[in-house]
Design a protein around this ligand. Structure first.
Ligand code: 5GP
Ligand code: ZN
Length: 113
């Protein structure tokens, strides 16, 4: 999608600190980190968000979780980490290309804010 921020990051038109890439997914450092590790994992396919995803996207939705776990292992986040899909305005979603937040490296709070 031409005017999508994360599609532009995936294609290299907008720079980002790449963490991981394969044929299905791309991961990069969040520009405004909320924890010592704050990585965004996105499918290369432009999916708007969980609420717009279909069964055809089920594998990608889960695959991003597996990529997050792989990055967490690489970063030795053995004390724990959190993965979050924000959906819609109440959850604070601001970018409408599906993205999974991987947060770790500090104590997380529950319930989240
Ligand atoms: P959301 O609020 O939609 O769940 O998450 C969007 C995330 O994208 C935010 O955490 C925000 O800091 C991050 N973000 C927004 N613009 C950019 C950018 O240009 N580059 C990077 N690396 N992250 C961005
Ligand atoms: Zn996109």
């Amino acid at each position: 999608m031409t005017d999508c921020l994360f599609c532009k990051i995936i294609s290299g038109k907008i720079p980002a600190k790449k963490v991981y890439e394969d044929e299905k997914a791309f991961a990069f450092e969040d520009i405004n980190p909320q924890a010592p590790t704050h990585v965004l994992i996105v499918p290369k396919k432009h999916v708007i968000g969980i609420d717009q995803a279909t069964e055809a996207d089920a594998e990608l939705v889960g695959y991003c979780q597996l990529v997050a776990a792989k990055i967490a292992r690489e970063r030795k986040l053995e004390h724990g980490f959190r993965t979050v899909y924000n959906v819609g305005p109440d959850a604070g979603q601001t970018v409408f290309h599906l993205h999974l937040h991987l947060l770790g490296g500090r104590q997380m709070h529950w319930p989240p804010g």
